[in-house]
Design a protein around this ligand. Sequence first.
Ligand code: FAD
Length: 507
Amino acid sequence: MYEQVPARVEVAPENTLAAHPTKQFDAIIIGAGLGGLLSAAHLLQRGKQVLLVERLPHSGGRFTAKNLHGVQVSTGAVHMVPFGSSGVLSHMLRRLNVPHRLYDADVFGSFHVHGRQYRSRGLLGVAKFLGPAQFRQFMRLGYVMFFQKLPDQQRQMPFDLWLERQIDVRRNPQLVAFFASISRFALSLELHQVSTAEVIRTTKNMFRYGAPAIVAGGCGELTRQLTQLVQSYNGEIFLSCEVLEILQEQNKVTGVRIKHKVTGAEEVLRAPLVVSDIGPRATTGLLENRRVRQAEVLKQKYADDHTFNDTAADDVQEAVGLKVHILSDISLIPHKGIMYCLDTKRIAGMVQPTNSDPSLAPAGKHLLISHQVIQSNNVEEERALALADLRFMFGAAFDQHCQILTMGTYRGEWPVNRVAQGEDVEPQLDVQGLYLVGDAVKPSGYLMVEGVAQSVNNFLDLLDDLDQQQSVAHKMDRRLRRNVMLPPSRLNALRWLWKAPGNSGKS
Ligand SMILES: Cc1cc2nc3c(=O)[nH]c(=O)nc-3n(C[C@H](O)[C@H](O)[C@H](O)COP(=O)(O)OP(=O)(O)OC[C@H]3O[C@@H](n4cnc5c(N)ncnc54)[C@H](O)[C@@H]3O)c2cc1C
């Protein structure tokens, strides 16, 4: 990896770029987040010459971690992969031969409700805290969501409204809280911010694939392995290097203009294929030779009328959150899955990843990570409510046994999702040779890094479609064509009734 200008390129004294020889690649990838790294690995395996450009001094974006006092403190993800060892990301890592291990959850989850925690091995376990009347409604909703076709006029309906039509929400408060906390933890969205079709599609996929999993070594380890793979194929990674502009001629992408942050030197790099892992807003900015700044994104001031495939970039709504890393002497969560919080003021869910991999924290200590949606503009209040929730759940032990390591908000240019679930944009842009991957391009029903991996599959399918010869072959055998992974059988969902499916019982 490089933090300096690579030796092969001379830098002109006064940035006389036009007169300067430029370096040529088959593909340039903007951003070495998970989407960028996965795209690079695939293109390199296809024999392309690839350059990854990352503005930070490290790769991984929101899916890596820093070591803080022996604890793996993540830059975004809570070390968790939503569909676990049966999911799209895991499948892709196996296809790429990336060494990794995923510890699937051993439960459907636990639920903090009525002031205590209820552990639920499978779906039927929720009866313990719902009681018979709400459990009947739960089973009925499950049937409607899984086995009945959603009428067209209900597809775009906000999920909270749909729920109101299905059940008496005042008589089923824990059932409503159940859906709200899962949506807040998994999507970082309130129920009124997500469409019914998207909730149903995502829920189906969650049950068709498998239990969520903690990554062995944490998300930093996965990023390290992927970075190594890219380097083993002689892929180049320019770190501390920012793309300032995406270059195009006659509506075809021709390369990028970059700035090495350490030296301040600028250079032009050429490629007929540019893959952007930085979302639609920032990508539009680079096409217009304009950087999108944090403040600009926060104020949602993006008022220009530029469109991608008819999707207005200024309509883009991101998912925002607040995450707390806690180091504790005592264990709060007695399993490897998610504890959903139904009776808290803000925290929607927590994980204790050291239950799966104790090496994520010093010996004898537990790492816990909580997540919540930011519900107001008052960040101080949001933080105070998170602390109050932690005191409520740990009880008196909190002040004595727990240490807050970090408490951070995720929004602006570093959100939970660049585009809210279900609002994602198309991967192909109007400029030929320019594609988007990452968490703004998640196909419907695929959340978080499963969506990032599936977005890369989508991009590969588009590339394959371009290849004339392959297209002919693919017409003969459709199975060869698709990189996009199809969901497993609907019957898989039945496995969840009694226990979480996955590798948790296997060594
Ligand atoms: C608090 C939080 C909790 C989460 N929890 C989970 C979880 O448990 N499980 C899960 O699956 N997902 C989780 N996610 C989501 C997950 O982290 C993201 O979906 C995923 O990491 C996004 O990857 P990406 O490649 O799309 O984008 P990024 O990781 O953001 O990568 C983009 C990269 O581009 C770089 N970049 C930006 N602009 C430029 C430029 N001009 N030039 C060069 N480089 C540039 C950035 O520095 C960044 O490294 C969480 C996210 C957050 C914030």
